[in-house]
Design a protein around this ligand. Structure first.
Ligand SMILES: [Fe+2]
Length: 371
């Protein structure tokens, strides 16, 4: 069995952002470092997210958030934490900003290299005390606000996680922050959330509460992703997408599978995580189909396929409908990279819980098909 552990306190609803002052007060955080990306600032979403706070409280700001967070950016963020004299961290943004906020909170009280704390390091060290950390998502995708790790590209080039299951003091999820999210970002981040629900549901580890959450998340995402992409201001669709994203991360404690095992090394090359997951998902489902048992029927039912064998194609059609590329070659990836990615996927932690036992050859064949 996997460890049954569900995340931090979550304030979730339209307008939840207005609770930020009281959330900071209960965390005993008087001077937070805000971690957000430039896109969130430029779109006015940071201002909206922090509208309940006085403007002097939001002066300590770190906005150097790369699309895939790196160890160097976490070190720079921790330096800003100390330079501003902060006593807590508030991450506002998509998965990159939230994962970087986690890494900054870790490095605020731990010396680099961050690799010391990586779940891929055989000599992984346990984390000590970290400052209060409050996370507010502005996309519905990674669910990093309740996820149990921070995904980082370490200085050695490996993209992997830092295990930090208890680092988040509180999550504040306000679907109003996603109303203006552009269609393609809504689609690709939404497919990341869907991949979390599907992969954890398919993983062979035993965790019935996580399975129930995964099914609920899949249902919400399959029923609302088209509407959220086509009519971004549909409040109900946005609410369900944010809940599906939260649920995807609550359940991925079961472990994921080949989609994420491939997406991590591909992401280390700079490609967008949600886009990669969308491209990989139907192919991995086809590869795993005979190893899913009854679960294949459930996924087929939820996505509206008439049969289990039609299910991967149904998901492919959804991805095409949402305007997401269908092939790795569409991203500009060179074919020569595939063999290295296959080897890295075998070493990725997500590979350990794929329902089908994988080999480098199977990964190569999969990636070749996806290409
Ligand atoms: Fe993911």
């Amino acid at each position: 069995m996997s460890l049954i552990l569900f995340g931090p306190p979550v304030h979730f609803d339209f307008g939840a952002r207005k609770l930020l002052p009281q959330v900071l007060a209960s965390a005993r955080c008087a001077k937070p470092l805000f971690v957000t990306d430039r896109g969130v600032l430029a779109a006015g979403v940071f201002k909206q997210a922090t509208e309940a706070l006085s403007s002097d409280l939001t002066q300590a700001l770190f906005s150097e958030v790369p699309p895939n967070p790196t160890e160097a950016s976490a070190i720079a963020g921790a330096q800003a934490f100390h330079a501003f004299g902060c006593d807590g961290v508030v991450g506002i943004g998509g998965g990159a900003a939230l994962d970087l906020a986690k890494a900054i909170a870790i490095l605020a009280t731990h010396s680099p290299p961050l690799w010391n704390y990586s779940n891929r390091n055989p000599a992984e060290l346990p984390l000590g005390v970290t400052p209060p950390l409050i996370l507010m998502p502005t996309t519905s995708g990674t669910g990093s606000e309740v996820g149990r790790s921070a995904v980082i590209i370490f200085d050695n080039g490996i993209k992997a996680g830092v295990r930090c299951p208890a680092i988040v003091t509180a999550a504040v999820c306000d679907p109003e922050l996603t109303l203006g999210l552009p269609p393609l970002v809504t689609a690709t981040t939404g497919m990341d959330a869907l991949a979390h629900c599907v992969e954890t549901y398919c993983s062979a580890t035993v965790n019935p509460p996580a399975d129930a959450i995964a099914v609920d998340g899949m249902q919400r995402i399959f029923s609302n992703i088209r509407q959220a992409v086509l009519h971004g201001h549909d409040r109900q669709a946005r609410w369900h997408m944010m809940m599906g994203s939260l649920e995807g991360a609550l359940c991925f404690q079961k472990g994921m599978g080949a989609v994420h095992a491939c997406a991590h090394p591909l992401g280390a090359l700079g490609y967008h995580h949600g886009t990669l997951n969308a491209i990989l998902l139907p192919h991995v489902l086809r590869l795993n189909l005979d190893f899913l048992g009854e679960k294949a029927n459930k996924i087929a039912e939820l996505c509206g396929a008439r049969s289990v064998s039609e299910m991967p194609e149904k998901i492919s059609n959804l991805i095409a409908e949402l305007g997401i590329p269908l092939r790795l070659r569409d991203l500009g990836l060179e074919r020569v990279r595939l063999s290295g990615i296959a080897q890295a996927a075998m070493r990725d932690n997500a590979n350990k819980t794929n329902p089908r036992l994988m080999t480098v050859d199977l990964y190569e064949a999969l990636l070749d098909q996806v290409y």
